[in-house]
Design a protein. Structure first.
Length: 155
């Protein structure tokens, strides 16, 4: 189960917070903002991009758009080699559906890029593997858990 993958990951690392559940379905940043009771800026978008065919996790504020050129620059690849993974790919490869893609719980070390803007928030709210479960996390802890590189990614 996707939620259990995330819960297990967090427990193994000593995460002190809770995973919250909502009866509503979260598909958009606005849905998440309403469910969580936090501004859209504090909603974490976890996106999977294929960089030269390999999955890379992109973590950024829900209100920002990602700039593929900046992903290319951060990874040393051509922009033409950077593509957003399809929802089918993400589900088949990792078991997560759109709306529930988490920043952790992938079972292997997935390269991660974290947008610098996230560090302007005390905490951000992330999907916990489903479109009804979420948790809060400090950006510094997020970086520790993902091993992500902090770069400017927003368009």
């Amino acid at each position: 189960m996707p939620l259990e993958k995330v819960r297990s990951f967090l427990q193994e690392r000593g995460y002190k917070g809770d995973i919250h559940h909502t009866d509503g379905t979260i598909f958009t940043v606005e849905d998440a903002s309403k469910s969580v009771g936090a501004p859209p800026e504090e909603i974490l978008k976890s996106l999977v991009f294929l960089v030269d065919g390999e999955p890379t996790l992109i973590l950024m504020s829900g209100v920002n758009k990602v700039d593929r050129k900046k992903i290319a620059s951060a990874t040393g690849k051509a922009k033409s080699r950077v593509k957003m993974a399809s929802p089918d790919y993400v589900f088949e490869a990792f078991g997560f559906k759109v709306g529930g893609v988490p920043p952790v719980g992938y079972g292997s070390d997935l390269p991660a890029l974290i947008d610098r803007d996230l560090f302007s928030f005390e905490k951000v709210w992330a999907a916990a593997g489903t479109d009804q479960d979420f948790f809060s996390i400090e950006p510094e802890v997020l970086q520790e858990y993902t091993g992500g590189t902090v770069v400017d990614l927003k368009d």
